[in-house]
Design a protein. Structure first.
Length: 237
């Protein structure tokens, strides 16, 4: 579904990404792990059209999308849950979800999708008329995921969905990702909890200082001694 070829991104004199190659097959969960500042968010933000200083190629279903605006990419089926959630705090829960469907015109399907989100996240239904700023961090993360799903994405990118959450909520977020995987949604996941991310992923990539240095299926990376030492705190057992 997605192929990144020789992608280079510069911030002034800083090379944030250096010839990155990555692929995501339809229906896969692919995770990207690495230290802070390694280039993980830059990669997602470039794919989704937020970062626009680049060289290389990004193909979606075999067609070049590099250089397209973020709204154009949403229309093509690319949606991102950004790091920090970016909730519209002065809007209600329902208004945030409606913003996720802003580019759609199929009102009946939008209504049905809204009900599906409320079924998946009962707390959002309970608080549908509450301002988003009154919600907890975990509830806001569910809202961010729900808002992204309202665009009916073909590719969902998630940037640090468990960041700052309590252990119980982290478990809930990963259960949601597993549900979406079982439903066949294609997901590109950046996640600080490398162990949980690799356990749920079909495949993974390790990025260091803007370069992909390892790739493989989730189990192989979990059992890779260098990955264990650098990102998993030792043995995966």
């Amino acid at each position: 579904m997605l192929e990144v070829r020789d992608l280079t991104v510069n911030y002034g004199l800083v090379n944030a990404l250096k010839g990155v190659n990555l692929r995501v097959g339809q229906g896969e969960v692919v995770t990207l792990i690495g230290a802070n500042g390694a280039g993980k968010s830059t990669l997602l933000n470039t794919i989704s059209g937020i970062v626009r200083r680049f060289h290389g190629s990004i193909l979606l279903f075999g067609k070049e999308i590099l250089g397209k605006r973020a709204d154009e990419l949403v229309k093509l089926g690319v949606s991102q849950v950004v790091e920090g959630r970016a909730i519209l705090t002065r809007m209600t829960v329902q208004e945030n979800l409606e913003m996720g469907a802003f580019l759609r015109s199929d009102s009946l399907k939008i209504k049905n999708d809204m009900e599906a989100i409320f079924s998946r996240f009962p707390v959002l239904k309970e608080r549908r008329n509450a301002l988003a700023l009154t919600m907890s961090g975990g509830e806001q993360q569910m809202l961010a995921i729900g808002r992204a799903l309202m665009s009916r994405p073909k590719l969902l990118m998630m940037d640090e969905p468990s960041l700052g959450l309590a252990p119980m909520l982290i478990t809930k977020i990963f259960a949601i990702i597993e549900e979406l995987k079982q439903e066949g949604l294609t997901i590109l996941l950046v996640e600080q909890n490398a162990r949980k991310a690799l356990k749920i992923a079909n495949r993974g990539y390790v990025i260091e200082t803007g370069r992909i240095v390892r790739e493989g299926n989730g189990e192989d990376l979990l059992n890779d001694k260098k990955v264990q030492e650098a990102y998993l705190g030792g043995s995966s057992k």
